[in-house]
Design a protein around this ligand. Structure first.
Ligand code: HAM
Length: 408
């Protein structure tokens, strides 16, 4: 038997309802903040991710699902959504015609990671991206929106970690100084950090094996210019205005290269030690990297599978009535009149396609969780009636076929 690929999964029954519930809650929440939907392709040119996410990141250097198509183009399945959305924004020249755009999207992403609970090779994200505005108030509002989305799903046991990487110039100066320090302490670094020290020094800061070195490393905040400092202070000020609790984590750098200024992660302890469910930040330099045209932007993405694991209630299960119709060979003709009457009502209708005996049908109605059973008995039907049994109250009454729509 052919089986699904490692790190991928099928989602069905209640889990599929939960998935839709999360997406619908995101849509409901984000539209109130002025976001509209965008759909971009699953496949993009490999170079888009190489240039935006960064070719030294794990995502690009180790985890890409890439291939050459029949025209010998180097293609990648998207590992994340931001790069494609930014590509569209620039390709459509919205930075000139309509710069202030707020988009949300959702769909599958691909990363060739070592699969484990909550970490897949195909996973689904809901993301948002906001273009054209550099404002500390917007940064805080976007974080507040992420938390409101979780609140709307009744998820509140969360930790918001926030940091600033400083504006583009400050970040550049800091990276130079950090790299110099890391090279001076090169022999004491773990093997992983030795590689990162050359390729992606910021990522050494979130290394778990190099605590001592990291502790004494130059501090990002000391390299902030006045604008960077003020910007971060303002973000924190507005978060307080929104009543959002946060923890500043100076080691938070994120795993993708395009960030500057505000970066944040929303974590939970419920999925194992501090697992990240939402991550994002400002990326004012990305449009410039891709097109030489600068345009401020900020966004975040939510891991749908991780959110699914956190939902403990059943609010996503349909509250619609389940109606089961019991009939016999003799009354089968009436089945169609009943179906035709009821199909345009907002209920779920079940019946057997092949004739079955009465007790089989009643057992099936029970199994399907029917609230009501319509019984097309021979005598009742002859008299122009059907019997309706309410499974919850146990009451049964005869109703005229022509009145059935009003009673159900
Ligand atoms: P990210 O932190 O790489 O950010 O991913 C965001 C979220 O996707 C994570 O917090 C996690 O919940 C989920 N996720 C990531 N990898 C996996 C995986 N292998 N299996 C299951 N879930 C996973 C981004 O992707 C950025 N594009 C976010 C962003 C948007 N920044 C600005 N705009």
């Amino acid at each position: 038997m052919i089986q699904k690929l490692r790190g991928m999964k099928d989602i069905f029954f209640d889990e599929a309802l939960k998935f839709d519930y999360i997406v619908n809650t995101a849509k409901y929440t984000f539209e109130k903040y002025g976001f509209s939907k965008i759909i971009t392709p699953l496949a993009e040119e490999y170079d888009l991710f190489k240039r935006s996410v960064g070719d030294e990141t794990d995502v690009v250097s180790k985890e890409m699902y890439d291939f050459f198509d029949k025209g010998n183009r180097h293609i990648a399945l998207r590992p994340e959504g931001t790069a494609g959305v930014v590509r569209c924004y620039l390709e459509e020249k919205f930075n000139k015609s309509n710069p202030n755009i707020k988009w949300y999207y959702y769909g599958p992403m691909y990363r060739y990671e070592a699969p484990q609970k909550g970490r897949y090779r195909e996973f689904n994200q809901i993301g948002i991206e906001s273009f054209g505005i550099r404002s500390a108030l917007l940064d805080a509002e976007i974080i507040e929106m992420a938390i409101r989305f979780l609140k709307n799903l009744k998820i509140d046991d969360i930790i918001l970690e926030i940091n600033s990487l400083g504006n583009i110039e400050s970040r550049k100066k800091y990276i130079e100084s950090l790299q110099k320090y890391l090279l001076e302490n090169y022999d004491k670094l773990s093997e992983n950090s030795k590689i990162r020290c050359h390729k992606n020094p910021l990522r050494v800061l979130d290394s778990k094996e190099d605590d001592e070195i990291v502790k004494n490393a130059p501090k990002m905040i000391d390299f902030f210019d006045e604008e960077s400092k003020k910007y971060f202070e303002d973000v924190l000020y507005y978060l307080e205005k929104f009543n959002i609790k946060y923890e500043i984590n100076p080691k938070l750098v994120r795993g993708l290269d395009y960030y500057s200024d505000t970066v944040f992660e929303i974590k939970t302890n419920k999925l194992g030690a501090k697992s990240t469910i939402i991550g994002g930040g400002r990326y004012d330099k990305l449009t410039e990297i891709l097109s030489n045209q600068s345009c401020p932007a900020i966004g975040f993405a939510i891991g749908i599978e991780r959110i699914m694991q956190l939902i403990e209630h059943n609010d996503f299960i349909s509250k619609k009535d389940n109606v089961y119709i019991v009939y016999t060979d003799e009354t089968k003709n009436y089945l169609f009149s009943v179906l035709n009457e009821l199909r345009d009502k907002d209920i779920n209708i079940f019946y057997e396609y092949e004739s079955k005996n009465f007790s089989y049908q009643m057992k099936k109605a029970n199994k399907l969780g029917a609230n009501k059973v319509i019984i097309l008995g021979e005598q009742e039907v002859k008299d122009g009636f059907v019997a309706i049994k309410d499974f919850e109250s146990g009451e049964q009454s005869n109703v005229k076929i022509s009145n059935i729509k009003e009673v159900i």
